[in-house]
Design a protein around this ligand. Structure first.
Ligand SMILES: Cc1cc2nc3c(=O)[nH]c(=O)nc-3n(C[C@H](O)[C@H](O)[C@H](O)COP(=O)(O)OP(=O)(O)OC[C@H]3O[C@@H](n4cnc5c(N)ncnc54)[C@H](O)[C@@H]3O)c2cc1C
Length: 359
């Protein structure tokens, strides 16, 4: 049983570590509920460098409690899934392309406007989940009744709880690209090193056009050589304007909370195991954590009742894992046969759980 007793009133109600989409959103929700919140990020400007393909379902904006804004760089009507023999099917959907740095900065502004105290350019070294102490590089200590670890895939808060997320690398370039009405997911198991499967995920590579920018994010699960093989095999042409990438956590860790500390977003490994997408789970976990911490701080619950609610909410996870593993088991020949059978089909209504059901 997790028990947290609040003894010292002269501290922050919540210290949020990491001002990415998850942290800024949790900080805002808690501030709006009237709590004293501090939001700390090691970066001086959040969202840079970009580590994202920048795609988001339209239905995710309400979860972030924001309307669309000038951080949108395009809209696609279809997700097109492409097989190794270039056969493909389409799913109709409401897909937005973001400018991730602007989106992250927008969410941070909302947190600041709601009253959260924002500290940028300060790295958190570790936290004490039992006492609520947050130790900054340079020696300072912040004390809080609760701690939210929103510090991304290689989370210091998670490490302080003895947790290391399972990470998968992702490589990406942004290149010039013509106007397009679709985003593309490629399933090809021959792109990995020495023809070993790239399938840490259900699909291997992606092209996400950003129509208003005249560019696309072209990326893969894997490292730069895998991305180079993808670009060469599928004859993808464009001028490379930026190289980026990052790590994607896949799979929930054994714990999402300990003592006064909870993990949200990538810090809690909360990405969609089928797609690797983490923005929706970032918003969802921020909301659930804010509610659980609010109830705890108001004395309505003895413990922070986050983990059980979050795990129940993340039910899509099992389904997504099964669908991913089912796809991973197919050889490229089988994928080609599947592609031929599905070629030209158009499915209506792309929803969060639609693709795994399809598989
Ligand atoms: C190549 C790539 C493509 C992707 N494409 C998509 C996509 O198209 N759609 C989608 O939904 N998801 C995508 N994702 C996943 C998505 O980017 C993440 O799930 C999302 O950023 C998670 O948000 P977060 O707030 O949890 O973490 P982050 O965005 O990683 O934010 C963490 C913050 O914590 C700060 N921080 C870290 N350590 C410390 C510390 N010690 N002290 C203080 N601050 C710290 C960081 O500076 C950062 O600002 C992609 C990921 C990658 C790598």
């Amino acid at each position: 049983m997790i028990f947290c007793e609040v003894k010292n009133e002269d501290v922050y109600s919540a210290a949020v570590v990491g001002a990415g989409p998850a942290g800024s959103t949790a900080a805002r929700f808690l501030s709006e509920m009237g709590h004293k919140v501090i939001l700390i990020d090691r970066k001086e400007v959040v969202g840079i460098p970009k580590q994202c393909a920048e795609g988001l379902f339209g239905s995710c904006f309400p979860e972030f409690s924001t309307a669309t804004g000038d951080f949108i760089t395009g809209k696609a009507r279809y997700l097109q899934v492409v097989f190794p023999n270039h056969a493909s099917y389409r799913v109709r959907g409401d897909l937005y392309m973001l400018d991730r740095p602007s989106f992250d900065q927008h969410l941070l502004r909302l947190a600041e406007r709601s009253g959260a105290e924002v500290v940028l350019g300060r790295k958190v070294e570790n936290v004490d989940p039992e006492s609520g102490e947050v130790h900054l590089k340079g020696g300072e200590t912040i004390r809080a009744k609760t701690i939210i670890g929103a510090d991304g895939p290689v989370s210091r808060v998670a490490r302080s709880m003895g947790i290391r997320n399972r990470l998968v690398p992702a490589a990406q370039v942004e290149m010039t690209w013509p106007f397009d009405d679709a985003i593309y997911a490629y399933i090809d198991h021959d792109l990995g090193p020495h023809n070993s499967p790239t399938t840490h995920n259900s699909y291997s590579c992606w092209i996400f056009p950003k129509n208003e920018r005249g560019t696309a994010n072209v990326g893969c699960f894997g490292t730069v050589p895998t991305l180079e093989r993808f670009i060469s095999k599928y004859k993808i042409e464009g001028e490379v304007l930026e190289k980026n990438g990052g790590a994607i956590p896949l799979g929930l860790p054994p714990r999402l909370q300990q003592g006064r500390a909870v993990l949200i977003g990538d810090a809690g490994g909360l990405t969609n195991p089928f797609t690797g997408g983490g923005l929706y789970p970032a918003a969802r976990s921020a909301r659930i954590a804010a509610d659980a911490i609010d109830w705890f701080l108001r004395g309505e619950t003895k413990n922070i009742e986050y983990e059980s609610r979050m795990r129940k909410d993340f039910v899509a996870s099992d389904l997504h894992m099964k669908a991913r593993d089912a796809l991973a088991d197919l050889s490229n020949d089988e994928l080609c046969r599947l592609g031929t059978a599905m070629n030209g089909l158009v499915f209506p209504d792309l929803k969060f759980t639609a693709s795994p059901w399809l598989v």
